[in-house]
Design a protein around this ligand. Structure first.
Ligand SMILES: Cc1cc2nc3c(=O)[nH]c(=O)nc-3n(C[C@H](O)[C@H](O)[C@H](O)COP(=O)(O)OP(=O)(O)OC[C@H]3O[C@@H](n4cnc5c(N)ncnc54)[C@H](O)[C@@H]3O)c2cc1C
Length: 407
């Protein structure tokens, strides 16, 4: 279908020996940064190098949930901007990213969780993000399939309702942004693995790949679950990141029954219905660090038990597909973004855990600004590793796992 010189997003390009910037990782963070480097800063002599194929990492494995109701004041504005960018990018890229603005319902299962959610809602509203606290009856009106009986393990007290959130199609986002970047002249090199980074007198000078050396003054490491091991192997940098597997599944297609994303930190499970009718579900993470993308019976059992309590109409429904990907988890579940410290020209964007899809568009925009100007944009300043030394952890854990008795 595509000749040997063509890809889904444009012509294949030769690997040059010099680029103004090299981006390691063809996930969404790498591709979006490349796109904005060209679009906003006229930097077109840029290579994205990807060891397998674009979207091989979390970018092509996630369940594509987007929302802006994070927990902390540093994080909410970034996610809000990312959420607002999806419809803009759909037009600008002339590519249907399949944004389905169905809204998110984040269930609460105790009075304490409702009180904490009140603070989350207030923070979101303060930053102009639409978010409301609703009671169990209102949850049932929005999602009639929900079980609001009080004889389940964790009865539903209410929810944070976030109408602007929703889902996209992850492959479409990867291909759409890659196409946009390629159109601006960015070179995307698949099957090209970064093996080393050259530093001279504290400055970036090159990247070694399995296809040859590339000379460059700027490198962005955005290799998702592989970032921490690469940073250590290539530069001796130790990042506070543990790598775990996130798994996801879809059921057989069903008639429409779930028109919002429903998540529960306490059950540690979320579900939404795809445009094909499948129920996509995930969240539970086996707690042992590993670099595999294997699936576990423990995970399947957890998801099945959780869903059959709060969405009992799913009992007996068949799971059709299951997969896994790597999650790079930091101690506060907030990412690490920084540059020129300690090596001039070296930039880092990693530690996204569960949140790297929803943030990717805005992060690409700001990382591009950072790389093009060498000045860190205000919005990114709180995200350096120094926050761990300075005891300024962000507390984004609770954006996902609201007061689960297991956490
Ligand atoms: C099952 C699952 C569900 C998820 N659901 C959601 C969700 O609903 N919403 C959300 O916001 N997030 C979700 N996430 C998280 C999200 O997918 C990630 O945070 C995000 O993809 C990270 O993007 P990235 O660009 O940093 O890394 P990735 O997309 O992982 O890309 C990194 C790339 O680097 C490449 N690479 C690695 N080493 C090298 C090397 N040496 N040289 C060249 N290339 C290299 C890899 O092959 C990979 O393609 C989910 C993740 C999983 C696994």
């Amino acid at each position: 279908m595509f000749g040997k010189d063509k890809t889904l997003w444009g012509e294949k390009t030769p690997l040059k020996s010099n680029y103004d910037a090299v981006i390691i990782g063809g996930g969404l963070h790498g591709l979006a940064t490349a796109y904005f480097l060209a679009r906003d800063h006229g930097m077109k002599n840029v290579a994205v190098i990807e060891k397998r194929y674009i979207g091989f990492g979390g970018a092509g494995r996630n369940t594509a949930i987007v929302r802006a109701n994070q927990r902390t004041q540093e994080n909410i504005p970034l996610y809000k901007e990312a959420l607002d960018l999806w419809p803009v990018l759909t037009k600008e890229l002339d590519y249907n990213l399949m944004f389905f603005n169905c809204g998110n319902l984040n269930l609460m299962h105790s009075e304490a969780a409702m009180s904490a959610a009140r603070m989350n809602v207030a923070s979101a509203q303060f930053h102009g993000v639409e978010s409301h606290l609703i009671d169990a009856k209102e949850c049932k009106e929005l999602v009639p399939a929900l079980n609001i009986a009080d004889n389940i393990t964790y009865p539903i007290f209410g929810a944070m309702f976030h109408p602007p959130g929703g889902i996209l199609r992850h492959d479409a986002v990867v291909w759409g942004i890659a196409k946009g970047a390629a159109k601006h002249g960015i070179h995307i090199h698949q099957q090209t693995e970064a093996a080393g980074i050259g530093v001279d007198h504290g400055k970036i000078v090159s990247v070694d790949t399995d296809r040859g050396k590339i000379y460059t003054p700027r490198v962005l490491l955005s290799a998702g679950g592989y970032s921490a091991s690469l940073a250590f192997k290539m530069l001796g940098l130790r990042l506070p990141i543990s790598v775990l597997t996130i798994q996801a599944m879809v059921t057989q297609p069903l008639k429409p029954l779930l028109n919002h994303v429903v998540s529960s930190g306490t059950y540690h499970a979320y579900a939404n219905q795809t445009l094909k009718g499948e129920i996509a579900t995930g969240a539970h993470m086996d707690p042992w660090p590993n670099y595999t993308t294997q699936n576990t019976a423990h995970y399947i059992k957890h998801q099945a038990e959780a869903l059959s309590e709060f969405l009992p109409c799913l009992r007996g429904v068949k799971f059709m597909r299951i997969w896994g990907g790597l999650a790079d988890m930091t101690p506060d579940m907030a990412p690490i973004m920084e540059g020129n410290d300690p090596i001039k020209g070296f930039y880092l964007d990693c530690g996204w855990g569960y949140f790297g899809f929803k943030s990717s568009a805005a992060v690409g925009k700001y990382m591009a600004q950072f790389m093009a100007t060498a000045n860190c944009p205000e919005i990114l300043k709180p995200f350096t590793r120094r926050r761990y030394q300075e005891h300024r952890l962000m507390g984004e854990t609770a954006a996902l796992v609201n007061y689960s008795p297991d956490n």
